[in-house]
Design a protein around this ligand. Structure first.
Ligand SMILES: [Zn+2]
Length: 136
C-alpha cells in the first residue's frame, strides 16, 4: 500500500514527521510539505485548487490508499494566515484536520485519511516539539 504524508514544510518538525513515518512502518512514504500542512486545503479558491491538484497527482501516480495528515502547534504559516496565534490553536487545528480529512475522502474515495498533531511542549528543560499524537 502506498502512502502520502501531508505536513508543514517547517524544518523544526522534520524529525518528528520522519519518526511518525518510521513508527507507522512507512519510512519511505510520499511527502507533500507545504506551509501550514493542511492549511492550503482549507483556503478558498485557487489556493485550495492548486493544493488539491498536487494531492491528486501524487495519489494517482503512486496509487496512494492512505494519507497521513499532520498539523503542528506553533505553526508560523497558520499565524501568518490568521493574523496571530491568539486563537485556540488546538481546537482550530483539529477542526481543520477533520475538514480536510472529509474533503480528501470525498475527492478520493479509495483513500483513507488518518490525522495527527505535533504538540509544542514547554517544561523545566525548555520547549520542544513532542511526538505526533493521533487525532480522531
Ligand atoms: Zn508550520
Amino acid at each position: 500500500m502506498d502512502t502520502l504524508l501531508i505536513g508543514c514544510s517547517d524544518g523544526r518538525i522534520a524529525a518528528r514527521l520522519q519518526a511518525l513515518l518510521d513508527d507507522l512502518g512507512h519510512p519511505d512514504a510520499n511527502r507533500m510539505l507545504v506551509p501550514g500542512g493542511p492549511l492550503p486545503l482549507t483556503r478558498p479558491g485557487s489556493e485550495r485548487r492548486v493544493a488539491l491538484e498536487c494531492v491528486r497527482e501524487i495519489v494517482e501516480v503512486h496509487d496512494v490508499r492512505r494519507i497521513y495528515l499532520v498539523a503542528h502547534q506553533e505553526c508560523a504559516a497558520y499565524e501568518r494566515a490568521l493574523g496571530g496565534l491568539g486563537f485556540d490553536q488546538q481546537e482550530l487545528l483539529e477542526r481543520d484536520l477533520r475538514r480536510v480529512k472529509t474533503l480528501l475522502e470525498t475527492e478520493f474515495p479509495r483513500v483513507d485519511v488518518v490525522c495527527y498533531m505535533i504538540p509544542w511542549r514547554e517544561n523545566g528543560e525548555g520547549a520542544a516539539y513532542g511526538p505526533a499524537v493521533a487525532v480522531d
